[in-house]
Design a protein around this ligand. Sequence first.
Ligand SMILES: [Zn+2]
Length: 825
Amino acid sequence: MPSLLLDEARARFDLLTVTSYDVTLDLREEETFTSRTVIDLVSHSGDTFLDLKARELRAIGLDGQQLPTDAWSDGRYPLTLTEGEHQLEVDAVMGFRNDGEGLHRAVDPADGRAYVYQMSFMSAAPSVFACFDQPDIKAPYTLHVIAPEDWTVVANAAGEQVETGRWEFQQTQPLSTYFVTLVAGPYHRIRDEHDGIPLGLLCRSSMAAALDDDADELFTTTKQCFDEFHRLFGVRYQFGKYDQAFVPDFNAAAMENPGCVTFREAYVFTSKVPRGLRVQRAACVAHEMAHQWFGNLVSPRWWDDLWLNEAFAEYMGNRVTAEATEFTEAVAWAATARKNWGLTADARPSTHPVAGNGALDADSALQDFDGISYAKGHAVLTQLAHRLGDDVFFSGVRDHFERHRFGNATMHDLFGAWERAGAGDLNTWTDAWLRTAGVDRIDLVRTGGGSAELVRTSPDGVVSRRAQAVALARWDGETWSVDDIQVDEDRTAVGVGPGVAAVVDADTGAWADITFDDVTAAQLAGLMPRTVDPLIRSAIWITVRNGVDHARLDPAAAVDILVGGIPNEEHDFALTALSAWAGDDGEGTHNSVHWKLLPVVSDRASAERRLYDAFLARATSAPAGSELQLAAAQGAVLNAPAPDPLRALLANDWLPGLTVDSGMRWRAFKRLASLDATDLDELDKALAEDNDAKSQLAHAWCRARLPDPEAKAWAWRRFTGEVDATNYEIDAIGSGMWQTGRDDLLAPYAARYFDELPGTTAVRSGWVLGDAARFFFPISVMTDDTLARRDQLLADESLNPTLRRVLMDAGDDLRRRIETVRRYS
Ligand SMILES: [Zn+2]
C-alpha cells in the first residue's frame, strides 16, 4: 500500500476540514471486527481520497447516496467532493492484527483470555476506521463499542458501559488520527484521582497482583508530574481523564495517546527488578505526560517534526522525573543508558540532520525515527534550554501552546516563539546543531611539557561551527577536579600535566565523539576503584563503549576498565547497561542489540571469567536482597563461564538474599542455553511450571539459542513467515538465534538471510518488517563474506526502503566489529 506523500497531505489539508468522526466498532468476533464510521466534513470542490485498510468494504455512502465499493483499492477510496458540507458513511470489516499495529489482539497463555488495543501511530489508524490519516487533519471523535460481556473498554475520552457489552464514550477534544486509541478486554483497572483529573492504571488480569503492588508508585509519579507540568507550562492538562494501560506485544516503549497512554508490559514488574528499571519507567511515564502538551495539544504538522516531539518529551520527561519525583537520578540514568544509542546513530553512514529531513512520506520518516531523534535531539535541546534559561524557554513554550492550542505547528513556530520571548537570533545555532548531520570528534592531544589541546574534528573535515561547553576532569592524585572548557575553535589549549589522567565530557553534557587518550586509558582501570563521582563514572562508561564501538579502544583495555569499576559501582542502572553491552546473551533492544564487547575481544574465555568475577564481587559486597545485588547478579548470570553457579541459582542456593523468581530463572536458562548446558525437554518442563506470556518469550529465545540444527531451522521458519509469529516472538527468536562462535551452525543461515529477506515483505509490513530484519541479521557471522552479501543486496534498487535502512545500519555494526577484531587481535 502506498505511503502518504507530503504533497498529497498538503493538497488534502487545503481541500477539506473534518468536523467530526463517529466510530462504531463491534469486537465480539476473534478474527475480524466490524467498523462503521460517519465522517462530517466541509470541503472545497476537488478530488481527494479516503484512507481505508480493511478486509472488506461493505458499503460507502456520500450524503446519503451509495457509492460503488469496487472503486476502493490499495488502501484508498477516491472521492470527488463539491464545495460545502458533506457526510461520509463507511461500513467495513477489518482484521485484528498480531504485529502491534492497528487493532492488536493477543490471547494470554496464562488463562486463555483475549486482549485488544489500538495503535494508530504512524499510519495504522485506517486499519481500524476509515479516515483522512495525516497529523494535521484533526477532529473530535465519538466512539461506540460492542464488546464481549466480561470486557472493560477504555479510550481517549471518558466512557461507560450503558448496557451489558455496550460502551459509549464522550466526544473527544480534536485529535490527530495517529493517536486515536482504545484498550479493550478483561483488563484489570485501578482508579485514583488528582487535582480533578480521574486517573487509571490497566493491565491484563493475570498480571493484576504485580500492578497492584506498584500502583502507589505509579500514581505518585503521575501526580507529581502533573503538578510540575502545570507549574512549568502554565496550561492545564486538556484531555479530561488520564489512563495508563500496559498492553501485550507493544512495539514501542509507550505511546502518548491523549487520555489513554499505552505502555509495553515489561513495565509491569512480575519479577523483582533493579531500581534502574523503576527510574526508566518513571521517566517513560513523565515523557508520555510531556507529550500531552507537546505532541497532543499542539501536534506536528508533518512527520519531519517528530524529532522535536521526541526531543522535547525526552528533555522534559527526564528533567521533571529528576526534579519532581523520588527518581532524582533520572538524568544520569538517561545519559548512561541512552547516549551511546544516539552517538552510534550519528556516526553511521545513514546519519541525518536532527531536523529538516524533508520526510517525503510517512514510511521514510519512520526510518529516521531513531537514536538521533531521541538521544541527540534530547542532548541538543538540553543545551539550548541551558543557553536560553528557564524564563525564556518556558515563556516561549507557553506562547507556543496558547497560539496553537488543539492545532498543529512546526519547528519554525516554536523557534519563533523563543525568539519573541527574547532568545535572540537562533539561526546560527539551529544550522550547526539541527541542520548539520554528524558528530564532532573531540580528542585530548598532549603537546608535551604539561600542555595539551582539545582537538575538534568534524566528520566531513570542514571547520565545525558547533561551539559547546565541555567538562574536563583531571586526576589530581586523590580525586578528580572538573572545569568547564568552552570549545569554540578546532584547537583549544588546556592544562593537563604530564602523565595526568583526564576525562573529556566529564558531566556527559556535550554532544561529541570521545575516546580516552592513551595515557588516560592506561590508568583508568586502576583509578576506577577510587572514582566515586557518579557523573564522571557515567562519562567513563559512555566513553568506554564509544571507544570500542569506533575501534579506537582495545576491547581488552575496555574489559580492564569494566573489571576495575564494576566492584564499586553504586548505580544498578550502570551495571545493567554494562552487562547488556558486554555479553551477547542480552535481551534484544532496539538500540543495543547489535553491539557487544565479548564478541570482539581476543581472549574471550578469560574476559568472560573476569567480568563474571567482577559482577559476582559486586553482588557479594552489595547488601543481601538489595536492588544493587540483583543487578550485579544479573550481570554475573549473563557472563557465567560455566553451568555451576546457574545450577546453584536454580536450586536457590547461590547468593544469600537474592530473589529467585521467574525472571531470574529464565535468565539462568538463557545462559545455560548459550553454554549448551540445557535441552528442549528441560526448557519445556520449566515452561509448563511457569506458563505466562513472558515465560513463553524467554522459552522461545532459549529454544532458538540451542546449538543444534533443528533449533535453528525452527527459528528460521518464523523469520520467513512459513510459521506465523507475533512481533514479540520475532524479536525473541531472532535475538536468541545468533551466537558468536557458532558459525558451524549459523553460516548457512547468514547466506540464506540475504536470499530470503526481500521476500519477507510478502508476510510483514510496518514496524515488525524492520524488526524482523534487524533481529535476524547475521551479526554473529563476522566475515567479509557476510558484508559482501549485504553489499550485493543493497545494490538491488528494488529493495524495500525499510529493509535497506536495516541492512545499512546492521551492516555498519558488523563492519565495526570486523574492524575491531582485525585491529586488536
Ligand atoms: Zn515520545
